[in-house]
Structure formats: C-alpha cells, structure tokens
Design a protein around this ligand. Structure first.
Ligand SMILES: CC(C)(COP(=O)(O)OP(=O)(O)OC[C@H]1O[C@@H](n2cnc3c(N)ncnc32)[C@H](O)[C@@H]1OP(=O)(O)O)[C@@H](O)C(=O)NCCC(=O)NCCS
Length: 199
C-alpha cells in the first residue's frame, strides 16, 4: 500500500478583511532610503514568503499557501527585499534590517501558458510600482522560456489591466488551468476573475 500526504491549506477567515496584526510591521523610515533588490527566491526565503502571502490570505485577499507548496515550487518564485531598513538599537547605534517586502511566482502549466501566482506586496510598499516591476520580471522570464501567454486569477482586476491583461471568460481558459482551482478552498464560492496577457 502506498500513502501520499497532501498538505491541507491553512484555514482562512472569510469574514475578516482587516490586515492589521497579520503582517509584520515595517518600521517607519524614509522610503528614499529603501534599497530594493528583485531576484529569484532561495530556500532561506520560504518562511518570509509564507508570512507575507498568508498575511493577505487571512484577509481573503489571496490563496493561502503551505510550506510544502513553497519548497516544491521555490524555483517559480521571485522576491523583492529591502536591504536598507534602518533600526536603532538600545545603544543608539544604527543597524540595518533585511526584509522581504514582495513576492510573486510564475508557474508553467503547458507548452504555451504559464500562471502568475502568489503576487503580494507588503502594504507599506504598495503603490510604488513594485507589483508592476515583479510582473515585468516574470514576463521576461516567460518570454525566455518560450511561453506566449500568461494568465492569473485575481481580485485586483484594475491592477492587471494597467499591465495589459484582459478579462477572460473562464470557459475559454484551457482545462489545465483548473488543476489549481480544484485544490482551492474557494472552489465553491470563487470570486476571482480570470485575466490573460498575450506576450
Ligand atoms: C495588487 C498589488 C499586487 C499591486 O501592487 P503595487 O506594487 O501596489 O502596484 P503598482 O504600484 O505597481 O501599481 C501599478 C498600477 O496599478 C494600480 N493599482 C495598484 N493596485 C491597485 C488596486 N488594488 N486596484 C486598482 N488599481 C491598482 C496603480 O494605481 C498603478 O496605476 P498607474 O500606473 O496608473 O499609476 C498589491 O496591492 C498587493 O499585493 N495587494 C494584496 C495582495 C493581492 O491582491 N495580490 C494580487 C494577487 S492575485
């Protein structure tokens, strides 16, 4: 007999829209001092990515993810970290913190299509162009792989519209796209919109 362990997604609270307390606080600092680096994720980033993604998931803004998913798909992920978050210790000496402030992933599904998943920008770093930069990075990766079409399921249609994505009727999406949906806790009450970008 063989047995397979399938990790259950963390529970989501469908009625709780407040983000307060669910994401780590970034100490107030002048954003001009930020030094943001966008790069491929590594194993050591998994915990911070989970914290970021599941902080939003707890407010039903995106799908929850578990460590098994993250480790298995770590090569899909990119991160942005701020290498210059200043803190002042008790000795009043200035020290610098690293913090992952955004992530996203590109998951190839078939010869001509890949999905953008788990795009999350820390609230203190939104509306600064970081989400667009991450998508552009993944568009470039997709092109290099020979992928011609990107799609995503999202609650933020207007953000993806600014990047050229167009709303797509679910029935017109290839069946391969539905694999992820069947594992989603929102399967029977899905409120997300399918969007597609031809590269
Ligand atoms: C949605 C999200 C990824 C946008 O990232 P961001 O870094 O704030 O976006 P940008 O600064 O690159 O914005 C690019 C454009 O989209 C617009 N935009 C950003 N977020 C938007 C939103 N929620 N609704 C409508 N428009 C939005 C911006 O105003 C900007 O428009 P402009 O170019 O005309 O000025 C980010 O708010 C986020 O992580 N939200 C929580 C999780 C989530 O919803 N993720 C999407 C997963 S499917």
């Amino acid at each position: 007999m063989t047995m397979e362990y399938i990790e259950p997604p963390p529970a989501i609270k469908l009625d709780d829209k407040k983000l307060e307390g669910k994401l780590r606080k970034v100490l107030p600092h002048d954003k001009d001092e930020s030094q943001i680096i966008i790069q491929k994720a590594q194993i050591r980033d998994v915990e911070e990515i989970l914290e970021l993604v599941n902080g939003f998931a707890a407010s039903n803004l995106m799908l929850p993810r578990g460590p098994q998913y993250l480790y298995e798909n770590i090569r899909d992920f990119i991160i942005a970290d701020d290498r210059n978050i200043p803190i002042y210790s008790l000795m009043k000496t200035r020290e610098v913190l690293h913090l992952i402030v955004a992530c996203g992933s590109l998951h190839v599904l078939w010869k001509d299509i890949a999905e953008i998943r788990a795009l999350a920008i820390h609230p203190d770093y939104q509306q600064m162009g970081l989400g667009s930069k991450l998508i552009e990075y993944m568009m470039e990766e997709a092109k290099q792989l020979g992928i011609r079409r990107l799609y995503t399921f999202t609650l933020t249609e207007d953000f993806f519209k600014t990047l050229g994505f167009k709303r797509q009727n679910r029935a017109e999406l290839p069946p391969k796209v539905w694999g992820e949906c069947s594992r989603c806790p929102k399967y029977f009450q899905c409120d997300e919109i399918g969007m597609v970008l031809e590269l």
